[in-house]
Design a protein around this ligand. Structure first.
Ligand code: TRP
Length: 452
């Protein structure tokens, strides 16, 4: 791609801008909703420990790998592989990413719709006064079992996403994210402090932070790795797309490090809120699964004077964090259709969005909205594939691509263009070529036990 093309395509304005954009994609429901959910289902602290190991040992490696491919090729995921290794099947790794992006969009936006509904509920005062864990549970049951409501909020969330992506006004969004995300972070830190000082909090803290090694299993490792991929938006070409906008003089290693750190910090803090709160309400270990945070967070707001205002604000920020992720998931597919198939941006955004909406209806109705879907737990299953299976396969191929197809020397050269010293080179090379691929293959084997 020549200089002129590159200018048309655009680069992030600054290094900080590029980090914020990638962080905006990474931070979302994955941190605030999915992380606590998975911790609750997979033995608490042991999951947290394995998750941290997964981020440091594999997540960082794959993140850097994707950024390198993106910056070198200056393309969307499919185009990137076509550009570096033309006329080879490598492009299918890109297709897998585009497909996974659409699937993620289909059910992730359902949960974003829940958050939107909870803004209204909290603002209306549904959770004011003497609420109990039973009443909060009931509110959730009634809402999630109402097919019309759930679908409307889902439709709302997907429409905003399509609208933003079709207008290409991501830069405006990024400016807002820069202001709002730190705000979300301050709010969750405040809530965490409140939660930690609740009576009975210590039981929640030990569930969350004191690992019980007897709970370690193949499934826990699989889910922890899946959560790391999901939360960091890895394995599906997202970071290839982002890398393609990063300037040659930026240091990719520190960018990857920051994104991983910030993302994990937010997830970790979300856990500090939810588990003490559940212990305080006496329902630790009793509520689990996708509804966890919708039954947990309202309880903490009721312990704070004026808490429903904070609660409303909280769900607004959660919705924004979710939307910054959905626009980037949609962007992966849109970038593909615009670059490779010459579609207009508007057509690509709305058509892919429509597709995701139709695909997502079974997920939306899988919490009581419609019995066939409730029985198969459609959302849970789609989520399983999109977080644990597909990104792991994608990440495996990305490592093999760098280590053995494109060539590690070329990748290192690309990294060195913005980081001449690249002190972590030996570790990264070892991880891309051996550690990460082998670990992923072993962990993928646990799918058998997890789906058992
Ligand atoms: N990382 C996002 C979150 O934690 C979710 C996500 C996973 C994602 N894969 C993605 C977002 C791909 C955009 C593109 O909320």
């Amino acid at each position: 791609m020549d200089d002129l093309d590159q200018r048309k395509r655009g680069l992030w304005g600054s290094k900080v801008g590029s980090i914020f954009a990638a962080t905006g994609s990474a931070i979302g429901l994955g941190n605030i909703w999915r992380f606590p959910t998975k911790v609750s289902e997979n033995g608490g602290a042991i999951f947290v420990l394995i998750y941290i190991l997964a981020v440091v040992l594999i997540g960082l490696t794959v993140m850097l790998a994707e950024l390198v491919i993106g910056r070198h090729s200056q393309r969307n995921p499919v185009g990137a592989f076509k550009n570096i290794k033309p006329k080879t099947p490598w492009k299918f790794v890109g297709y897998l990413g585009v497909l996974t992006g659409i699937l993620i969009l289909s059910y992730y936006t359902v949960i974003a719709g829940w958050a939107a509904a909870y803004i209204l509920k909290t603002a209306k005062g549904t959770f004011r006064g003497n609420i109990t864990s039973e009443s909060v549970h009931q509110v959730f049951q009634e809402f999630s079992g109402n097919p019309v409501q759930v679908t409307l909020f889902f439709f709302f969330a997907i429409s905003i996403t399509c609208f933003i992506v079709s207008k290409g006004i991501k830069s405006g969004i990024e400016r807002w994210t820069k202001i709002l995300m730190p705000f979300l972070f301050l709010l969750i830190v405040f809530l965490a402090i409140r939660a930690l000082t609740l009576p009975g909090a210590s039981e929640g803290i030990s569930f969350y932070l004191k690992p019980d090694f007897s709970k370690l299993s193949g499934a826990v490792v699989l889910f922890a790795l899946g959560q790391a991929f999901f939360s960091l938006s890895l394995g599906m070409g997202m970071m290839i797309t982002y890398g393609s906008y990063i300037s040659k003089s930026d240091n990719l290693v520190s960018s990857a490090g920051w994104v991983c750190f910030a993302d994990s910090l937010v997830a970790f803090t979300a856990g500090l809120i939810i588990f003490p709160t559940l212990a305080f309400a006496g329902i630790l270990g009793k509520v689990k699964g996708e509804s966890l945070i919708f039954e947990g967070y309202p309880l903490i707001f009721s312990t704070i004077p004026g808490g429903y205002i904070l609660g409303t604000l909280f769900f607004i920020l959660v919705l924004i964090a979710a939307i910054t992720s959905t626009i980037s998931a949609l962007e992966v597919a849109v970038a593909y259709f615009v670059d490779e198939r010459n579609w207009s941006r508007g057509k690509a955004a709305w058509l892919v969005g429509l597709c995701a909406f139709l695909l997502g209806i079974p997920s939306a109705l899988s919490f009581g909205g419609m019995q066939v879907f409730t029985k198969i737990k459609v959302l849970t299953r789609v989520d399983f594939v999109c977080a644990n299976v597909s990104p792991a396969v994608g990440a495996l191929f990305i490592c093999i691509f760098i280590g053995y197809a494109w060539g590690i020397k070329n990748a290192v050269k690309e990294i060195r263009s913005g980081n001449p010293r690249f002190r972590l080179q030996p570790i990264w090379v070892f991880s891309v070529k051996y550690l990460s691929p082998i670990a992923i293959i072993i962990i993928l084997y646990f799918i058998k036990t997890a789906t058992g």
